[in-house]
Write a protein that binds this ligand. Sequence first.
Ligand code: ADP
Ligand code: MG
Length: 728
Amino acid sequence: MSTTRFRAVERAHAKRPISATAPEERMDRLYAKHVFDREKMFRYLTRETYDALVAVIQEGSPLDRSIADSVAEGMRRWATEMGVTHYTHWFQPLTGGTAEKHESFLEYDRKGGVMEEFSGKVLIQQEPDASSFPNGGIRNTFEARGYTAWDASSPVFIIDDTLCIPTIFISYTGESLDYKAPLLRALRAVDKAATAVCHYFNPEVRSVCAYLGIEQEYFLVDADVAGARPDLLLTGRTLMGHEAARNQQLEDHYFGSIPRRVMEFMKDLEVRAVQLGIPVKTRHNEVAPAQFELAPIYEECNLAVDHNMILMSLMREVAAEHGFRVLLHEKPFKGINGSGKHCNWSLGTNEGTLLFSPGKTANDQLRYLTFVVNTLMAVYHHNGLLKASIMSATNAHRLGANEAPPAIISSFLGQELSSMLDAIENSTDDSLINSTTKQGLSLSLPQIPEIQIDNTDRNRTSPFAFTGNRFEFRAVGSEANTATAMIVLNTAMAQQLRHFQADVDKLLGEGHELQQAILSVLRGYIRECKPIRFEGNGYSEEWKAEALRRGLDCETSCPLIFDAYLKKESVAMFEEVGVMTLPELQARNEVKWDTYTKKIQIEARVLGDLAVNHIIPIATEYQHRLAEGVRNMTKVLGREEAEQLCADQLRIIREIAGHTTEISELSYQLVGARKVANQIESEREKAIAYHDTVESLFDPIRHHIDKLELIVDDRLWTLPKYRELLEI
Ligand code: ADP
Ligand code: MG
């Protein structure tokens, strides 16, 4: 018997040559070898061009055409020396992936031949034929083409023979068609608002930067074994499969020793990542079998987002070279942990102060409190929107499951910070203010301990946890472009800080002392945003009921969660801070609903196909074999004795009939539900129908298939089972 499955498994276990080990070069020498960073700018540009470009990068202003040509020429010289022949504008359309269209440097030299050229014009701007990228109707409404423009704050890099230029993608009328443009706007907004607030504490601060450290979780499966699972190949997750007898219950995989074959993959990946300037640092096994994590050191938010997008495509590529398939889906396997992408977020000043780090002086402590409390306020007021920012058809499977944050946003602060906020809440000005000195007031704030990063007790069930000097947004999905979450978080923070400044200034106008004004505004905020603070077990049923009582967003249906983007308060927030307009938000939601529908549609097709064309025929074949056996026994032994001896076979024959009948019936319903949903015009309504009537059939169908997997002869079952998929 040589089925697809057995051939696949045999191949997988054959000894394969491991690709060459990483070169003996040191990581610090390889770092950014493929990036046009400051050092290369300095070497390949004139002093004048270098200074002008650095200024553009620092100020975030557009690159002037007068220097663009010489920047481009320097880049081309460097790239050519590195063996590069092509260039591309690299952007992040609303598909969730990245896009590129390669052009060679080749141009006519106007003397009858050709030469290599790269002008400032094509560096700065291009017009990709982008009509097939999702735009949610913007481009039709405004009859505008899209163009890409270089984001000079993210350096140019080389992949294979191509110079990649990170760009934003916008329509001619200025609406963003990607993730980068609004992210840059949000980052600028939070910089401006936070810098203004910093001036209460330190007038010297010139700018504030949002930092992001991304922990990327993923699964590795053998490429050949995965190749025999159409559901994994086409949807990124298993739509069926009974749990393996042994998976993560022994908890022996987490931080366990990394299998050699995986180690080879990681080493190669790290070398390639480091050459692209991605500061990868941490690697370890995750909780589930075949699950791992990779985390670069935190960087400026925009760069960290770009690097994560590059990293995900590198992972796919390097995995293939090692005979693996990397699964970035949030929930590839039922019954074992899913994958997330923890986003460690903080704000820091140009002088190097991390704003979520408690300081030593009363002034520092007040600054620390100000930023922590304002973050809580932002998360409280926009908790539904933050949830929408991380929600997707795929992440929906992970959230609310027993190992991931629930579909409710709350914040965990840890005992020390919590009791400190409580103390301030219950204080009066008189109890905190000691005396008035020349510098202002002398305060006796509750003592904040020094940063104890390893000491912050970690509540793993919290979707937005304070971890010493940063917040960790854990609900973000492993497959997501983190820009969506970062756009919302930074915009919400920018808006909140603006409101804080207005509130404090009002009190100052009424003649209050600065510290007193700040404390009194914070005291009010601490009371107001209390419902967002939750220190308990986020997985528990009691929390769901409690969160509902507290008025937090508890919606669980993905298409309905997206509505949060169009709520009055959300639109007002995006418009006030200048990050997105109503038409942009509407367009994006159209894309979100459409993407949701398509993902469920594909899953429904694959599930239907597997159920009807694989599972039922296999189960029926086994059933026939059993029946044949019973018939033969009857011939030999007579009916009465055969029935007695074949009781088990007869029971299984009936059980199979029960399951296959159910699968047929449900699959038929699935097709019907799709047909009805497909008739719906509105993207929102269609997505809701797909959620309520199509997706809701997946689990019942799967239930019967998984039961069959347990009773059908193993030799007949063509799909690799969980124990084979998770064995690497
Ligand atoms: P853990 O799993 O314990 O949370 P990891 O070491 O896996 O920690 O990842 C933590 C991530 O947080 C890393 O990317 C790290 O660089 C990042 N990080 C550390 N400090 C900050 C900070 N102040 N702001 C943003 N990210 C940070
Ligand atoms: Mg970690």
